[in-house]
Design a protein around this ligand. Structure first.
Ligand code: NAD
Length: 450
C-alpha cells in the first residue's frame, strides 16, 4: 500500500514537516533504484589494525573507491569501522569519534557498518568483553540516530577472522540496496563455510546471479511476501517451485508463469507434505523458504482451540515436520539452505497474538536448534523476522494505527515485501553459509522488541 505521508513530506509538505519537527522518511535506495552516482562514491574504512587494512584491500579488489581517512568536503556512501582488535572500552574512542565526524559526509541512504568480535566468542577478559559488548550498544544507538534513509549495522566475528567468505557476503549485503530496510542489526559469522563471492557476482542477476543453478522451494508463494520471495529468488538465478493451498492455485500459477517457475498446490500441514515437495523438486532440496503463515488473532481469554491449533500447525509444526522428514529421508541436498519467516511479534510479543507470537518465537527456537544439523551437511538454516511490511495484511489495519506503526521504526516507514525477499535471497546464497542459526530482523529498527 502506498505511503501517502512519505510522498507528501518529500514533496509539497517538506518545509511544513521540517518546521513542525514531524517525521521525515525518505524513499530508500533499493537494489533496483540505487543511482549509479551513489555506487561510485567512496567507502571510508576506519581502524588502525591489520584487519582494517585487509578489509580496505578487499574493497579495492572489488572495484570500490576506498579512503582510509576522511577527505574534507568529500561525500562517502559508507563508513566501515573495523573494531576487531578492541581490548578495552577506552580503546573505542578514537574510531567511534571518527565515525561521528564522518556522519555529515554520508550521502542519503548511506551506511555505517561496524565489524567486531562477537560477544562470548572465545576467551575474553572482562575488560575485552565490555568493549565487545559495548560496540553492539554503540551500533544499535547509532542506528537510532541515522537520518535520510541511512542505516547502521554490524558484522560479528565468532571464532573466524575477516577473511571468512561470509564476512565478504555480509558486507556486500549491508553495503547494497538489498539491505535498505535493515538497521540496528548484526550478522554473526561463525564459520569459514560458504563460497567466496565477489561483489560483482553478488550483485549479478539471472544466469550469472548468486543462486544460479540451484532450485528453491517457497511455501505460500501465491501472494504477498511469498510472491516477492519467489520473484527475487528467480531474479538471482534460482529455479523456483512455488507451493500454496489449492484455493490459491490460480494466483500461484500466475506468479510461477511470470518467473518461469513450477507450481505445487499443497497444504503444508498435510501428512505427506515433505515427500510431495521433494517429488516436485525432482532432486534433493537445495533451498527451502518456509514462508506460508496465518494469523487468527484473539485475546487469550477468548481464544478457541481452532484459532490456536491452526496457527501453530501452519506457522511452526509444519516447518518442523517438513525439515525433519526431509532430513531423515536424506532429501536435503549437500549444502542445503533453509530460511524461515519469523516475526518481530515472536521477539517482542503482541497483544491479541499469543498464538502467532508462540509460533513465531518457535520458529526462532527451531532455527537455532537446527543449525548444527544443517552445518553437518555443509548448509545453513536461518530466519528473517519482518516488522511492519506494506502488504494486504497491514493494509487492513485502521488508518491511524497503520500510520503510527509505520513511523515507529528508525527509518520512519514500513518495509516492502522486496526488503524481506532480499534478506532471504542473501541468507539462501552459498556465500552466507557461515551465518547459521540466526534470526535477522528486517524492520527498519522498529521500536517493537528493539
Ligand atoms: P499472506 O497471508 O499474504 O500470504 C500467506 C500465503 O501462505 C498465502 O498465499 C496462503 O494461501 C499461504 N498459506 C497459508 N496457509 C497455508 C498452508 N497450510 N499451506 C500452504 N500455503 C499456505 O501473508 P504475508 O503477509 O505475505 O506473510 C508471509 C509470511 O511473513 C508469514 O509467515 C507471516 O507470518 C510473515 N510476516 C508477515 C508480516 C507482514 O507485515 N505482512 C510481518 C511479519 C511476518
Amino acid at each position: 500500500m502506498k505511503d501517502t505521508y512519505l510522498s507528501l513530506v518529500n514533496g509539497p509538505l517538506k518545509q511544513v514537516a521540517k518546521s513542525l519537527g514531524l517525521p521525515q522518511p525518505v524513499e530508500l535506495n533499493r537494489f533496483d533504484s540505487t543511482p549509479e552516482e551513489y555506487l561510485n562514491r567512496p567507502v571510508l574504512v576506519l581502524g588502525a589494525g591489520d584487519g582494517a587494512q585487509g578489509l580496505a584491500d578487499l574493497l579495492l579488489d572489488n572495484g570500490l573507491e576506498v579512503r582510509r581517512n576522511a577527505q574534507t568536503g568529500e561525500k562517502v556512501r559508507a563508513v566501515i569501522a573495523v573494531l576487531d582488535d578492541a581490548q578495552s572500552p577506552t580503546d573505542l574512542s578514537p574510531i567511534v569519534l571518527e565515525v561521528g565526524a564522518a556522519l555529515r559526509s554520508l550521502v542519503p541512504s548511506g551506511r555505517v557498518i561496524t565489524i567486531s568480535t562477537a560477544p562470548g566468542a572465545g576467551d575474553q577478559s572482562p575488560e575485552q568483553a565490555a568493549a565487545i559488548q559495548g560496540i553492539t550498544g554503540f551500533t544499535r544507538s547509532l542506528a537510532h540516530e541515522m537520518r535520510a534513509g541511512a542505516t547502521a549495522n554490524g558484522i560479528l566475528l565468532d571464532g573466524v577472522d575477516l577473511t571468512a567468505p561470509s564476512v565478504a557476503s555480509a558486507l556486500w549485503f549491508l553495503l547494497s540496496g538489498k539491505s535498505a530496510y535493515v538497521s540496528g542489526q548484526f550478522l554473526t559469522v561463525a564459520s569459514d563455510a560458504g563460497d567466496r563471492l565477489d561483489l560483482k557476482a553478488f550483485m549479478s542477476t539471472g544466469a550469472a546471479g548468486p543462486l544460479a543453478g540451484r532450485s528453491a522451494v517457497v511455501t505460500g508463494a501465491a501472494r504477498g511476501i511469498g510472491a516477492a520471495i519467489a520473484r527475487n529468488l528467480a531474479r538471482d538465478g534460482a529455479e523456483v517451485i512455488g507451493v500454496d493451498m489449492p484455493q490459491a492455485g490460480q494466483a500461484l500459477a500466475a506468479v510461477m508463469n511470470e518467473i518461469g517457475g513450477k507450481s505445487l498446490q499443497l497444504d503444508i500441514t498435510g501428512a505427506d507434505a515433505a515427500e510431495e515437495i521433494a517429488e516436485a523438486v525432482g532432486a534433493p532440496v537445495d533451498i527451502l523458504v518456509h514462508n506460508a503463515g496465518i494469523t487468527r488473532d484473539k485475546m487469550l481469554a477468548n481464544m478457541d482451540s481452532s484459532r490456536w491449533d491452526s496457527v501453530i500447525a501452519v506457522n511452526i509444526a509444519a516447518q518442523a515436520k517438513i525439515n525433519a522428514h526431509l532430513a531423515e529421508a536424506g532429501l536435503f541436498a549437500n549444502g542445503a539452505q533453509v530460511v524461515s519467516l519469523a516475526s518481530t511479534s515472536g521477539i517482542a510479543g503482541n497483544r491479541g497474538q499469543t498464538n502467532y507470537a508462540t509460533s513465531k518465537a518457535g520458529v526462532i527456537g527451531l532455527t537455532a536448534a537446527s543449525a548444527q544439523d544443517f552445518a553437518s551437511r555443509g548448509g545453513s538454516i536461518n530466519a528473517v523476522a519482518p516488522g511492519f511490511i506494506e502488504t494486504d495484511m497491514t493494509a487492513k489495519m485502521p488508518t491511524l494505527t497503520r500510520q503510527v506503526a509505520r513511523r515507529l521504526s528508525s527509518l520512519q516507514q514500513g518495509g516492502h515485501p522486496i526488503d524481506v525477499a532480499e534478506a532471504i535471497s542473501f541468507l539462501a546464497s552459498s556465500g552466507a553459509r557461515g551465518i547459521n542459526g540466526q534470526t535477522l530482523r528486517v524492520c527498519g529498527q522498529n521500536m517493537v522488541g528493539a
